[in-house]
Design a protein around this ligand. Sequence first.
Ligand SMILES: [Zn+2]
Length: 415
Amino acid sequence: MKDTELYSKLLGVKHPWSIAEVKLDLDKNRVDLWVEDASGVKYPCTKCGKLVPVYDHAEEQVWRHLDTCQCETYLHARLPRTKCPEDGVKQIRAPWSGPRSPFTLMFESKLIDTLKECDVTGATRLTVVSWDEAWRVMEKAVERGFARKQMRVPEKMGIDEKSFAKRHNYETIVCDIQRGTVEFVVDDRKKESLEKYYSEFTTEELAEVKAVALDMWDPYIAATKGKVPDAEKKMVFDRFHVFRYMTEAVDKVRRQEAKVLYAVGDERLKGTRYLWLKNADKLTDGQQAQFVALKHVNLKTGRAWAIKETLRKFWRYKYGKCAERFFRRWYFWATHSRLSPIIKAAKTLNRHLDNILTYFKHRITNATAEGINSKIQMIKNMACGFRNREHYKTAIYFHCGGLDLYPRHEVQACA
Ligand SMILES: [Zn+2]
């Protein structure tokens, strides 16, 4: 078999295209292939679709293809230009590549696979492309995914905020809890931020929303009430956010108490922050022992902790009515604790109780989209390579958008 024939088969080059020349440079680990089109072939005019003859050929272009053995492989071709009596001279596109891409479709797909598995810098090392080239492929993949995506309102929606970079920058992230995908990323966490998402849909479409998991964050609440019909019955304050209020209150009690104790030379609370915040079963044996000892001395922090931990039971109830009864008892205890951060947090929860109780109807939390949070964390960890916020958003859509990212062959019938 001739080398041109072998490569034609390997690359799946079809009529009217064939490989005319193969050049192997073992010193550079490089294979160059020249592809030519058969003469006398007619192509569809890119405007009207009528089969028209070739007028001339454009300048030679080069595309990076998948490596053959250990060699970087490049395709060269001069693409034909057609002349249509109505539309004039038009450039025919290469069937092996997307418009204005320096890569063949197969190489681009491989690059997308690699980008899914590691960060951009890692992908550039594995595939030997530049950072800008890899990034452009990622952006194009997301654009392509959105062009193919059918925008529809998720039945069960999660709204969350994610910080960006080290400063107090936030992005609002809307998830489809059932599909586990990020549907929308927008700057800030204002009312208008979330409204931007809702305004993509009609009121009828938004009426299809069955439940929305969100933080007790007034701008999100206001946006949801303003746009989603019957929002009061559909909003569920996310249990992890709710619980975080209590955790923060315990930490405030600890800080206040530690200061008082420290002033009289008592260092029992020194270095114990972690013990009060973590789930008890996540502590090491040594920490457990220290914690048990601390719990049994009469400290305010210990009482605050007990109040917080008892609240965990709330979400274990089967029925909302029982959970509400439990909450009333707990609330009485919390508000009579003489621990002002705990009282304040308990009052906040009480004010929002109606939409904490909706959990028992809808049973949703933002953590349902479990994979999303860990993926976004991974994206944040590698975000040091991102030059701006748009890049951060693109990466979130790329990794979490559930988009159809891959380029596809456009079949051009010729004769
Ligand atoms: Zn035409």
